[in-house]
Design a protein around this ligand. Structure first.
Ligand SMILES: [Zn+2]
Length: 434
């Protein structure tokens, strides 16, 4: 195994130290370290974070390889500083059996850019009618612990209750896409002033909040863990805050785009801004930032949702919903949360690495930057400024809502299992896993 000496990096933004990586672990931390066999990397000005862990990624394989593959999505993840991603189950076929989740897991192992953790569907075919074989997926080689019908809401209260009860047996968690389907039929954007002005059918905040309210009560009732995907409204934040105060075991995520963008962008009719849940108001953005800062919202997850060009290069009404995010997330978090003084880098590490790893029960990810720990690391240059150009990204998706923007903070290197998957800001090599 190769040996790397990172000279003068700032762990979690603290005073610079040297960090020696050997045999896949952090072997030494200190000042003026030396190792004759090490490749030396100048870390001056770079912040070292534990490798980022995404609880919500769409890798599209199997079935939609025209949008993304496990390989291309894994490369994008490495470029963005991630060392583990949870691959959502809304593939074709749906990841609702041990066979499909093992297929995705093996594709991830073969790619070797990040740890690909398959998410299992809650219901057969995301149909919302019968529970999938949750236990078989948990027992499979993929060791699934996160279950979600993401893209669809588990709207039947009895099924949701059964899923919450069932996953307790193997310490799993149900990740809910909170969207009351009847309240969002034909919805095109956030329901509010802008939708009224544009004459587009609205996706009301209450459609998200009603499901979250029901689900936290169900989780409390059965004593199970609940995770809420992509929280997007101020009202949802209030409900989650209430549930946590009551001792209900709920965690929640927010996406980078919901921390930065608002429904005012829909006035352009550019389908790149069409997403589910939709971009909300500036007041919602402020509430989401405050909730991520105070811990009511636990983590940032990308909801990276690549689409082929033709699915977005059309009229607003017929365009697919979703945005890419793996390669821009850390920069957005820096702009929205760090540069604004709402979070320091240590708090970013909990929200983008250790807490998502804990929710997903990934034992060797999200670990402290300490001697003997696995060397999953991200090095970011907070002073770097770059232009967001979707054509230059590793993802197959070109649907970044940030295209043309000046981005703050750049991932310079990513280490996965002690090997640099990214060096000098560019893809290096994947890790060969036996
Ligand atoms: Zn979703």
């Amino acid at each position: 195994m190769s040996v790397y000496l990172l000279r003068g990096v700032s762990p979690l933004g603290a005073e610079p130290v040297d960090l020696l990586i050997r045999d896949g672990v952090i072997a030494e931390l200190g000042t003026r370290l030396s190792a004759a066999d090490a490749r030396v990397i100048d870390g001056a000005g770079l912040v070292a974070l534990p490798g980022l862990v995404d609880l919500h990624t769409h890798l599209r394989e199997p079935g939609r390889e025209d949008a993304e593959t496990v390989e291309s999505g894994s490369r994008a993840a490495a470029r963005g500083g991630w060392t583990a991603v949870h691959a959502m189950a809304n593939t074709d076929p749906v990841a609702d059996t041990a066979g499909v989740v093992e297929q995705v897991w093996r594709l991830g192992r073969r790619s070797g850019w990040v740890d690909v953790r398959p998410v299992g569907a809650v219901t057969v075919g995301l149909g919302g009618e019968r529970l999938a074989e949750l236990g078989a997926m948990a027992d499979s080689a993929a060791r699934v612990s996160v279950f979600s019908d993401d893209g669809m809401c588990v709207h039947d209260a009895v099924l949701m209750r059964r899923a919450l009860e069932y996953v307790k047996a193997f310490d799993g968690v149900v990740a809910q896409h909170a969207q009351e389907p009847r309240l969002t039929e034909n919805a095109q954007m956030h329901e509010g002033e802008v939708s009224a002005a544009l004459g587009l059918t609205g996706w009301p905040a209450v459609a998200e909040e009603a499901i979250i309210a029901r689900d936290v009560l169900l989780a409390g009732h059965v004593g199970s863990r609940l995770h809420v995907c992509h929280v997007s409204t101020a009202g949802s934040v209030e409900i989650i805050r209430w549930a946590k105060a009551r001792g209900i075991d709920v965690t929640a995520e927010v996406t980078p785009h919901h921390l930065l963008l608002t429904d005012e962008l829909v006035r352009t009719y550019d389908p790149v801004y069409k997403v589910n849940p939709p971009l909300r108001t500036a007041d919602d953005v402020a509430a989401l930032r405050a909730a991520l800062a105070d811990g009511t919202i636990d983590i940032v997850a990308t909801d990276h949702a690549p689409h082929p060009v033709e699915a977005k290069d059309c009229e607003w009404g017929s365009a697919a919903m979703g945005m890419t995010g793996l390669e821009t997330a850390l920069s957005v978090v820096q702009e929205a949360m760090v540069d604004t003084g709402l979070l320091d880098w240590a708090q970013v590490a909990t929200r983008m690495s250790s807490t998502p790893a804990r929710i997903g029960r990934l034992a060797d990810q999200g670990r402290p930057l300490a001697v003997g720990e696995p060397a999953h690391l991200t090095l970011i240059d907070p002073a770097a400024v770059w232009d967001c150009d979707p054509a230059a990204m590793a993802t197959s998706g070109r649907n970044s809502p940030l295209r043309g923007r000046k981005m703050s903070g750049q991932v310079v290197a990513t280490f996965y299992l002690g090997q640099p998957t990214v060096l000098d800001g560019a893809l290096n090599e994947p890790v060969e896993l036996s």
